[in-house]
Every structure is written in C-alpha cells, then in structure tokens.
Ligand binder design. Structure first.
Ligand code: F3S
Length: 398
C-alpha cells in the first residue's frame, strides 16, 4: 500500500499518538484488503455510539483517544445513541445508562464529531454528492449512499470510520474503486410491490440469498407511486441486515445502473415475498409499542403518520424515531402525532436502546431491518407490516 510522506509521518508517530493510532487502523485495513493507497474523504459517519453496544471498554477507548488529542479533519457525524439525549426520561431509560451514554457522546464531541445522532444523514443537509468518497459505517446509510446517491464508501466499523475522520482519508479498496462497484448477480423481480414493507421484505430475501454480492435488480412490474428513494432505502436497509450487501443497482432508477450493467452468469428470480413475511413476523393480537423510523423517519413519513392519527387518540404506545433536523422541520406533524399520544424521538432507535430495561416485549414495525434484528438482539416479538397497517391495525385509534 503506497503512503504519502505525510501518511508515513502519521504512521511512525512523528505527528503524535492520536494520528498514529488512526493511521495504524487505516493502514492495517488497507493491507488486509489489498488497497493501492488512500483516498481523501468528504465526511465520516460513525456507528457504535450506543453505550448498550460499546459498553465500558468502548467508552474507555474513546476517552483515551480524546485524551491523546484526537481531532477530526473532515465533517464527522454520529449514528443513533441508546436514548434521546433530551427526552430519555420519557423513554424510561435508567439513570445509570443515561449517564454513561452522555459520556460517550461527550468524548466524541471533544474530538469534533457532531452529535447528529442519526442513521439517515442523507435526509438532512449532510447529503453527499455523486462520486464523493466517504467513510460511513451505518449499514443502511452505506448502502443508500453507494446505491441511490452514487457516493463511494465501504461499510466501515465504528473505530475505522473515526480513524478515517481523524486522518481525513481512508484506504482505497472495495466500493471506492470501479471494480468494486460492479454487480455480481442479476435479480429479476416478477411480483408487484405496493409499499415500503414489501420493499423491505424484498431486501430481506435478496440479502439472505446473495450474502455480500452486489445485485443488479430488474423490476418487471410497475412500481408504486410513492417516493422511490424511500422505497429503495427500506429495501437497502433490509438487504444490508440479512446479508452484508453494501450496494445495489436498479435498472432505470439508480445512478450507476447504466455505468455498470448486469453481466455474468448468476441470476436470481423472485416471484413471491411470502417467505420473507413469514420470517419477519406474522400479525399478533396486540403489541406494547408501534415503532416507525428504522432507518430514521423522513419528513414525508412523519406527515403520513400525522395524517393517519390526526384528531384521534392512540391506545397503543407509538414511537417515531428520526433526526433532530427532521424534528425541527416537521413542527406541525410532530405536534399532531404527540397530541394523539405518540412520541417523536430524536438521537436514538429501538435496536440500539436498552430495550430489555424498558419492558417492551411485542413491537409492530414497518421496518424489515428492525424485524430482522429485534427478536435476536432484544428478545422482542415482532409484527411486521406497512406503516399504515401498523398505525391502523395496532394503534387502537379512537
Ligand atoms: Fe437506524 Fe437503528 Fe434502524 S440505526 S437503520 S433506526 S436499527
């Protein structure tokens, strides 16, 4: 792996221990994956923010790096934490967890990482541009950035994304290269899809069947008249969860589908989504919580929820998770949802929150990614359905 003089100085420790530690991580990854050199990045998005996931060892690691004087050189953002930093008491988060969670965020802030605390930074002013190199680590954001925007990022781990932010570059391999962006399998989808739950179910199936391979997807039926980006992100988030896919192409829709057309022998045909719905969670009688916002809800989704609950009261707890920026933009919709008894939370998500401590056992969600993770990660029973069905079927609206 070729390094510049500056990179060699970082690696040798000449520029201090914080840069040395960061460059060591980039260099080690580059060696493992056969990188030719490094590439400058425009932004970093860092996962591993929840104290539930990183624990005391992760917190100590961050504090140590901060004490060594680590500072990010490019805009760097945080993935969701284990709680809404302001409304954690309303969530029922235990005080000792909250204290530790705030310490994690403070350690990162002291290095210059912005407390965006969202897995959907592309819905805010942090949307990257086509062709930009990034070091992002949240899997749903990585697949969205690569596939829908045409930016370039590997699926970084939390420490490697932070290391990349500190040195302003990452190792050039995988999705940073032309070769790494080519599809490996043509997927023909013959069934029709009506909403985001169907797209999530499709993503789940593709991830299960292809593992890590990049699909080139051809839809045979007409797509629903809904924001296509949101449908593709539901599909991508699920694909990245059930498999470890970091990019997809969709004929006629994604920006690089024409640059990298389908080629090769491998082909997958999908005629039905039944297998996915069966695996992701059948209807249940009643739930403790309806959760919308995995990935973090868009303005459009908040407005749709508001239109469903407008002027009525929910009998079931509803949490909508999104970013602070979307909450600020969606004033009227947030008000309507909360008047109905829902809670619009920012900074967090149920998968990374200490669910066990919150007494939540049964959840309805429109997210295939959440439906995939919650049973194993949090021992939660899931009913998987569209946003509209989650609210109307499980909300007990009066
Ligand atoms: Fe985001 Fe949490 Fe889902 S980080 S993609 S809301 S699991």
């Amino acid at each position: 792996m070729d390094l510049t003089e500056e990179e060699k100085a970082m690696l040798s420790g000449e520029m201090g221990p914080a840069l040395q530690r960061a460059m060591e991580i980039i260099w080690a990854l580059g060696k493992i994956y056969g990188a030719s050199g490094t590439v400058l990045i425009k932004s970093a998005q860092i996962s591993g923010i929840s104290y539930k996931n990183i624990g005391e060892a992760g917190l100590d690691f961050l504090k140590k790096w901060a004490l060594e004087g680590a500072k990010v050189q490019v805009p760097a953002m945080m993935n969701p934490a284990g709680m809404d930093l302001k409304r954690w008491k309303e969530m029922g988060i235990p005080e000792d967890f909250a204290r530790k969670q705030l310490e994690v965020v403070e350690a990162l802030e002291s290095m210059g990482v912005k407390p965006t605390l969202t897995c959907a930074p592309y819905l805010t002013r942090n949307r990257p541009e086509f062709g930009e190199h990034l070091a992002w680590s949240e899997s749903s954001a990585v697949i969205f950035a690569n596939s829908v925007i045409g930016a370039r990022t590997n699926r970084e781990g939390g420490p490697s994304a932070l290391a990349a932010a500190i040195v302003g570059r990452t190792a050039c391999y995988g999705f940073h290269t032309e070769q790494g962006r080519k599809p490996a399998c043509l997927v023909e989808v013959n069934c029709s899809l009506k909403d985001e739950a169907d797209f999530g179910a499709l993503g789940y199936l593709i991830g299960k069947k292809l593992g890590y391979k990049t699909p080139y997807i051809r839809f045979r039926a007409e797509l629903p008249h809904f924001n296509k980006e949101l449908l593709l992100r539901a599909m991508g988030a699920a694909m990245a969860a059930s498999g470890s896919i970091s990019m997809f192409h969709v004929e006629g829709l994604t920006p690089e589908a024409e640059i990298f057309p389908a080629e090769g022998e491998e082909q997958l045909t999908i005629n039905s989504l039944d297998e996915a719905f069966l695996a992701l969670g059948s209807p249940i009688n009643e739930v403790d919580l309806i959760w919308i916002g995995c990935p973090h809800a868009s303005l459009e989704e908040l407005e749709l929820i508001a239109s469903l609950v407008n002027g009525r009261k929910l009998s079931t707890k509803l949490w909508v998770t999104t970013s602070r920026e979307i909450v600020a933009k969606a004033g009227k919709a947030v008000e309507t949802i909360e008047e109905a008894g829902g809670l619009v939370l920012s900074d967090t998500c149920l998968v990374v929150a200490p669910v066990e401590a919150l007494g939540i056992r049964k959840v309805a969600t429109n997210s295939a990614k959440a439906a995939f993770y919650l049973p194993s990660w949090a021992k939660v029973q899931v009913a998987f359905a569209s946003l509209e069905e989650c609210i109307t079927r499980y909300g007990g609206l009066r």
